[in-house]
Design a protein around this ligand. Structure first.
Ligand SMILES: Cc1cc2nc3c(=O)[nH]c(=O)nc-3n(C[C@H](O)[C@H](O)[C@H](O)COP(=O)(O)OP(=O)(O)OC[C@H]3O[C@@H](n4cnc5c(N)ncnc54)[C@H](O)[C@@H]3O)c2cc1C
Length: 423
């Protein structure tokens, strides 16, 4: 083990938040060390957006903040204004990266390659002379006094006046985010809000047939019920997987379902006609049956349902799939409409934190100054990114939170160093 080395600032964790914190501090003139336990930076960034990287979301800061629950949005407000989606895109553009915006507001690199985004981030760190230490696992952080930290890694000791913890959450642990930051924070006296899955697939029972894997039901509305009471509703598609359900509506709903999971049995239902009343759907079917009297009901339903699930659907409705439209009686039609408006998707069995795209919960926001990201408990200690109790919607919001809080943390440390030098 070498003699301990001293740095003004050490950033722990080389994901999006740590990269932006280190760059921001360095761009304000601070010599900065960035420590990452993996053999390279940004492993989670590489798998983001299915390898395409949904860099951020379009719109004003106020619109961006709508991607987070109110309490988290209030906390993020300052950092989003200080370093916005526009600022990230400007930085990427200065480094030659072109981006495009999809109709749904998601922004991607034109090359559709997350590795291109990561390469730009690495180039920025190199240009600003951030010292990057890879393959280095921080094992312990000790606060000796205000502005004095000792960091123990797998093979060394470091001393610093400022520390930024950017170790991410607990999801997709093979990327390096194994919750170390929560342990460090707790030992340093911080409260950790219970961690739960967010943007996660949901396992249900009874299991759907394996042959349904890859089928999607679209443009409907997903509801979650506890004791016959509707808890939450999310619009969007649902995808059948080999273990249960995924797709945008499931992912968005998972965070709230994970919260209520301990309170009782949760059941999911899908409304295939969210903008129509029961009577309107019934009228539509009546008209269709009248226009196509000799069409088999299984073919008639193809306009509403994927082929492979129609047999199951009619079985559930107690209707013989070989019947023709003019043979369907009023009660049978009623049961079909009821299912179209409230298709049961099963009981929630498991929402796996590790399979969530983000971790809800983390370092309590009430113990962090939102304008600087500094700890209210220990001077010189900062947090940014997913290690904080923040989890946004799908659409580039989570990376934006990482860049913005990272930027503000780095800038605030640089400002503090300057003001301490002036004293
Ligand atoms: C499959 C998937 C797809 C996603 N797609 C998108 C998307 O397209 N757009 C979007 O906005 N968000 C997306 N997200 C969410 C987004 O990637 C994260 O919210 C964001 O990367 C969090 O950044 P972070 O820097 O806070 O944490 P992380 O990216 O998790 O980085 C933390 C880093 O700290 C390192 N570390 C941890 N402990 C230690 C230690 N003890 N010592 C040293 N280093 C340590 C880790 O190795 C890791 O590199 C996706 C997430 C997943 C899992």
């Amino acid at each position: 083990m070498n003699k301990s080395q001293h740095f003004k600032l050490i950033v722990i964790g080389g994901g999006a938040a740590g990269i932006f914190a280190a760059w921001s501090a360095a761009s304000h003139g601070l010599k900065t060390l960035l420590i990452e336990k993996n053999k390279d930076l940004g492993r989670k960034l590489l798998i983001s957006g299915s390898g395409k990287c949904n860099i951020t979301h379009t719109g004003s800061v106020e619109e961006l903040l709508k991607g987070f629950p109110k309490r988290e949005a209030n906390f993020l407000k300052h950092s989003f204004y200080r370093f916005s989606n526009f600022d990230v895109l400007k930085l990427l553009y200065l480094y030659g990266m072109k981006t495009y915006t999809r109709e749904d507001g998601k922004i991607f690199p034109v090359t559709n390659k997350s590795s291109d985004v990561l390469n730009v981030f690495k180039k920025i760190l190199a240009d600003y002379e951030v010292k990057v230490l890879l393959n280095t696992n921080v094992q312990e952080i000790k606060s000796e006094s205000d502005y004095k930290f000792i960091i123990k890694t797998n093979d060394n000791y470091f001393e610093s006046e400022f520390i930024i913890i950017a170790t991410g959450g607990l999801s997709y642990p093979h990327t390096g985010s194994t919750g170390d930051g929560y342990l460090f924070a707790k030992k340093l006296g911080h409260t950790i809000v219970d961690t739960k899955a967010a943007l996660a697939p949901i396992d249900v029972s009874p299991r759907f047939p394996d042959t349904w894997k890859g089928i999607a039901i679209r443009n409907g509305s997903l509801s979650c019920y506890l004791n016959n009471k509707k808890l939450i509703e999310e619009n969007g598609d649902v995808l059948f997987t080999h273990r249960g359900l995924s797709g945008p509506a499931i992912l968005e709903l998972s965070r709230y379902a994970a919260e209520y999971f301990v309170k009782g049995d949760l059941y999911l239902y899908y409304d295939l006609f969210p903008s129509k009343l029961y009577e309107e759907v019934d009228d539509e079917l009546k008209n269709n049956f009248y226009r196509n009297p000799n069409m088999k009901i299984e073919n008639e339903l193809k306009i509403y349902l994927p082929n492979r699930i129609i047999g199951y659907f009619l079985n559930k409705a107690g209707v013989d799939e070989k019947k023709r439209c003019n043979q369907i009686n009023k009660n049978e039609r009623k049961r079909i409409v009821e299912l179209l408006k409230r298709l049961p998707l099963g009981k929630i069995e498991f929402i796996d934190l590790k399979r969530g795209e983000v971790t809800a919960g983390g370092v309590s926001l009430s113990e962090i100054y939102p304008k600087t990201m500094e700890s209210k408990k220990i001077k010189g200690l900062y947090f940014c990114g997913e290690v904080l109790d923040i989890a946004g919607r799908i659409g580039g919001y989570n990376l934006q939170a990482a860049y913005s809080t990272g930027y503000v943390a780095g800038e605030s440390v640089a400002n503090q160093v300057k003001s301490r030098l002036l004293k």
